[in-house]
Write a protein that binds this ligand. Sequence first.
Ligand code: F6R
Length: 615
Amino acid sequence: MCGIVGYLGVKESLPIILNGLKRLEYRGYDSAGVAVFNGSNIASCKSKGKISKLEKSLNKRKNLNGNIGIGHTRWATHGAPNNINAHPQFSNSNKICLVHNGIIENYSTIKQKLLKEGFSFKSETDTEVLVNLIEYVKIKENVKLGEAVQMALNQAIGAYAIAAIDSDKPDEIVVAKLGSPLCIGIGNNEYYIGSDVTPFIEFTKDVVYLKDGELAIIRSHKETIFRKISDDSLVSPTINKLEISLDKIEKQGFDHYMLKEIFEQPKAIKDTLRGRLNLSKGLIKLSGMDDFINKFLTTNKITIIACGTSWHSALIAEYMFEKIAKISVEVEYASEFRYRDPIINKNDIIIAISQSGETADTLAAIKLAKSKGAYIYGVCNVVGSSIARESNSGSYTHAGPEIGVASTKAFTTQMIILYLMAVKLSRAKGIISEKIFHKYLIEISSIDKKVLKTLALNNSIKKIAKKFKSSKNCLYLGRGYNFPIALEGALKLKEISYIHAEGYPAAEMKHGPIALIDKDMPTIVIATNKINYDKIVSNIQEIKSRKGKIIAIVSEGDIEVKKIADFVIEVPDSIESITPFITVIPLQLLSYHIAVMLDRDVDQPRNLAKSVTVE
Ligand code: F6R
């Protein structure tokens, strides 16, 4: 995701654009840039990192005054996050300037054609290719910016929301959309552009949501022309009245980012799987692994390193790699690994998991392992982050920016990557037949629907939360794949509600924690297991006979646990290895509702930071 902003009107454009970019930072924050027509040419300023860094660079600049401008905040897809790849991108003549959210899939074919025509390129972006295609068409066909954009887009394949300005036509912004969002705020002789309405909500309530395949030529003191990209037919736009507050829009109607991100999980899962799972061809494509598959097949040892929630997904990976691919895996807390003089050999593989890609302990651990010759595979969410850069190869989770401090969608998407890795390795090693391989693919391809179905239990989970919000302690139990989910459930409760919680493998309960059980100590038991189901039923009986209250997460069709548990959350059934994707959802929701009922700061809990960049 990226965010785009634009302004054309009577005010100074730069402050409006900067403010808009800050509002869109949730869409990406690895680099940002602005461009303003200053009366003689289009001046721009770009910076790697967050908008605050761009703002600092702008303090040193003087020539960015003017009433028309565009801006961009980037979440890298083509090319590393740096100043050169940041948007706006300029055409070779420096006259046309473009911001773009999306992907031009045929950019390399277009680039070859433009190279032959004498164009040159500075960045690795598909956007620079598109802006030069616009320039090429403009010169060749002797047309104005609007026509040139339209003709160029008719040659482009992919998804986009774009805004373009041209110093030959300094009273116009041309915008177009296919697949990515774009809206136009209409003021009094002023126009605002945004990936959503947050950049301009305080200036106007009148908004046109551009539809897929539409282009608009926004002109100063003249009516905007709306037309289809595929032909010249005009379209009449619908002007909508905004009735929602800024706060609600940024959170898309949810009260907190955490809840929004919990509910985004079906989409995030689909985004992580996109282009990686090909059911008809029976393929898993993980580019970071495909070229190095032999390393994975011949390695001495795989060690997975992470912290916090990412460490829990590493623990689940241990089950996946060992059960599905029969590869032995060790899981380490990054902070412990680096200080115990670990034995690392040249043939070792280290998988580093990190949402932010900036966690200091994980970064230091992989640097240590790398210095001893290990191969580093990064599983990160933030593109171009330090851990991603330090890794030899890896896979991005593509969950989109996670803003709530408590990790939710990053966790489920990490598990997706790790599952794909385990299943791919299993097939490559010949452990599973083509038929079983296909079964694994089918199961993961429908997991987003099961997660969606589980999210529909939100209201009943909220009712359960009400009963337990005053607890001082909570116990979480699970077995096998769901033991790390018990740990994750306990962590979620601790960090946002400040209630003390512990996760245990269910069978360990009798080795100590059972002493804590009384009528005031609720136990959350994940009982979806097929293996050891009877043993979990016995554990529940043991708690019940000590007057403990049970909240059980069971698979649809469960009979035994339902008879004895105090509260039951019934989730879709699935094969054992993908139950964690489903069982974690009620635990995230339970913690969320308890924290809200206790009036906690859910998105920014005390003492915590989203990315822990200190030891
Ligand atoms: C818990 C949480 C933290 C992080 C941990 C590692 O909800 O978010 O425990 O998982 O700080 O962070 P990353 O994954 O960014 O390395």
